[in-house]
Design a protein around this ligand. Structure first.
Ligand SMILES: [Zn+2]
Length: 78
């Protein structure tokens, strides 16, 4: 599964995991660049990014998703 994940590679040949959804205004956009894909993945996991199965998204975006769900539920109640 890990090989399927999207990675961003920089000019130094380092890898970072991008945020998959980028919907939050304060979205982290990208994890830290690391020498290996595994290190890049460890970094986002240390930051508590959420794995969707196809990629990761940052905590800020996860919070935004939860807020959106909350808004929908509020609308239904009205
Ligand atoms: Zn994000």
């Amino acid at each position: 599964m890990s090989d399927e994940l999207p990675y961003i590679e920089n000019e130094e040949g380092e890898f970072a995991v991008p945020c998959q959804i980028k919907i939050a205004e304060d979205c982290a956009q990208l994890g830290e660049f690391c020498e290996t894909k595994e290190d890049a993945r460890d970094w986002v996991e240390d930051e508590c990014w959420i794995c969707s199965g196809e990629g990761y998204f940052c905590v800020e975006c996860n919070n935004q998703v939860l807020r959106n769900i909350g808004n929908l539920q509020t609308k239904k109640m009205n």
